[in-house]
Write a protein that binds this ligand. Sequence first.
Ligand SMILES: C[S@@+](CC[C@H](N)C(=O)[O-])C[C@H]1O[C@@H](n2cnc3c(N)ncnc32)[C@H](O)[C@@H]1O
Length: 356
Amino acid sequence: MKKPVLIFPAGMPRALDYLQKCLQEERIVIGASSLGYDVSREKYPAWVQLPYVTDPGFNDALKQAVIEFDIGEIYTPNIVVWNHLSQTLGRLIPGVALANTSPVDEVLSGYRAALTKARHLMANQLSLTSDIPPRHPLSEIEVAALSRYADLIPGMCDDDKFRALFEIARYSVNGDIVEIGSWWGKSAFILAWLARCFEIGNLLCVDPWTNEHLIQNEKMVDSGSAQVDAEEALSVFQIGLLPFNSHHINYLRMTSVEAAKYYKDSRSVSTEAFGYTGYSGQISILHIDGNHAYDAAKADVESWEKFVIDGGWIIIDDYIWPYGDGPQKVGDEFLKSNRSRVSTAFVMGTALFIQL
Ligand SMILES: C[S@@+](CC[C@H](N)C(=O)[O-])C[C@H]1O[C@@H](n2cnc3c(N)ncnc32)[C@H](O)[C@@H]1O
């Protein structure tokens, strides 16, 4: 059994995250603060008051607390406290260790990972053949920015698909971007960002956001879906996308077949969260990532492909899918019966990309 851990200052957001982790691991935790009254106090099973780290009495008071509670580790999200302890702890209280790496490394790790990923993606660029003249390539910092925020949104989008998305967007005509199946909004965020960056058009996300429509008649997939809440998923989608909305994002909470009927007759969508968004009725990028059962994927393609204009893209996600071959059959059937319309087709990651 690990010795108790002291968290100081106990009220900072990352301190509270660490508290939760310790409680889940059933560790003994002691919170500490220099504030006269700290609102986080009631969240901790045990508590000790410490002077500010700049106070000459800090080291002695900390030593006292360590002895009193038999503390083995100290977690601190505060950079000044962390620096002080990393220099003094070994001498002051031998045997007591810092539980975390530098808070600077902690807060910057996501940004550093995004830059590393961007460098890797830029070094392995896709070379596309297309009749559409390309827009400017994204810079390394743009790819890092897109990757950083996409990482904050839960969902499914592997690196290969991510790379293909920002490349095909360069080679796209202008028009609406439509996504069938948005869930928490990861791929929707990427499409929304590309839509604005390349001034392609407005993004329409279609999803019924109901648990009933998550059922794909595949045992393992359905058992995972049973654990998620569709109402919460819509809130997550809104939270993730709203900060990036320049009146160019909206959604229809309905099935793809119902939404296609709406889209045919209407040039705008209004929702409380995103306000009013206008659409052209012509699709430049159609991303199909709804229900992957064959009949459902077929209905998605049949309802929407007619709106995709020449030079536009159809992306069929999970063309390669370990749980079934619905999207693959639908993609292959589309390619077979639309030979004269297809200009380019390739598989990247697990998705099929088709340019008309
Ligand atoms: C694989 S998830 C989408 C993942 C998302 N694109 C991402 O980037 O993480 C599939 C989504 O399709 C939606 N869906 C299921 N049936 C649908 C239908 N008939 N029309 C539109 N969306 C549907 C589900 O509600 C679910 O949100």
